[in-house]
Design a protein. Structure first.
Length: 186
């Protein structure tokens, strides 16, 4: 079913919207949640929470790209669940590593606490990524949006795992320089 028809079902408050959303985007949202949570049961619960959040958000929201809208909800819910599950214990999992990697180039200090600054930061990161070759851009997005492992990124790019790790490290360094030159405090 086309996205505009699924959104119309949400607007009509027709429960078939959730069925259609699950059929079309269940695997996509599930892979995002599993990559972050590393727990299939928690990921399934997160995806179900995504459908509920979409139900509550549409209307009034009218997403231009339903896939991105649902992916963002899933990602945010998964990170919230991840942080909650790790509040008392610090594990050595993939998600901790990804968050640590990003802290090097985008910190959570007071300069990006306001909504306006976060939007400017997001625009600057998007501008940086648009200037990157396709393979590097896709690798960065797979790592820091979809939380893919370095091994999975290497496989997708057809390169060695060590090369993928070095490429991501250089991109983080370049992003840090790019953001610093544009006045963001790192």
């Amino acid at each position: 079913m086309e996205d505009y028809r699924i959104i119309a079902l949400y607007n009509e408050r027709n429960e078939l919207a959730i069925v259609e959303t699950s059929q079309k985007y269940g695997q996509y949202c599930g892979s995002i949640a599993v990559n972050i949570l590393c727990d299939s049961q928690a990921a399934e619960e997160c995806v179900n929470d995504t459908w509920l959040s979409a139900w509550n958000a549409i209307p009034p929201a009218y997403p231009k790209r339903l896939r991105v809208f649902l992916g963002r909800i899933t990602r945010n819910l998964a990170f919230d669940r991840y942080r909650k599950s790790r509040a008392d214990k610090r594990g050595g999992g993939q998600t901790d590593l990804i968050l640590t990697e990003l802290e090097e180039c985008v910190s959570g200090n007071g300069s990006v606490d306001s909504e306006i600054d976060r939007k400017e930061l997001g625009k600057a990161i998007s501008d940086f990524l648009r200037k990157q070759p396709e393979m590097r851009r896709n690798a960065f997005i797979r790592r820091y949006w979809y939380c893919d492992s370095v091994g999975e990124i290497a496989r997708r790019c057809g390169i060695k795992q060590g090369n993928a790790a070095v490429m991501l490290e250089r991109m983080r360094e370049a992003l840090k320089t790019y953001l610093t030159e544009r006045g963001f405090e790192i």
